[in-house]
Unconditional design. Structure first.
Length: 125
């Protein structure tokens, strides 16, 4: 099944997946990866992260078995977020991540690119 996850520095050597720390009753502190059924829900969550001063994540479509295999190898937990479920980011951010933000690139967008971004954002509302 295809799911959507949030990546930082996608397709670079410095790529990182968005996780957050949870307290599991039997297993202690754990990292949790969210897998979204809906690209729109993943995009909405990524915009909320940006509003909390995260670097902009990239929404990537991947096979769920690939993410499950990654989580098992990294000893992370994972959760499938059903289409339409509203998930809010946790308010506390890590001070230091395992990945580092890439150097900012020229962020000048053409008028058509800005219009396309505006339409996508309006479609989320």
């Amino acid at each position: 099944m295809r799911v959507f996850v949030l990546l930082f520095n996608a397709r670079t050597e410095n790529e990182g997946i968005h996780t957050f720390r949870i307290n599991h009753p039997q297993r202690g502190q754990r990292e949790l990866v969210l897998m979204f059924e809906s690209e729109d829900d993943a995009t909405r969550f990524s915009l909320m992260l940006e509003a909390q001063d995260f670097p902009p994540p990239t929404v990537e479509a991947v096979d769920d078995s690939e993410i499950i295999e990654f989580c098992e190898s990294a000893d992370y937990d994972y959760e499938l977020i059903p289409d339409g479920d509203l998930i809010l980011p946790v308010k506390q951010n890590l001070e230091q991540t395992d990945w580092q933000p890439e150097a900012p690139k020229d962020s000048s967008f053409s008028t058509s690119e800005l219009e396309q971004i505006r339409r996508r954002l309006e479609g989320l509302l």
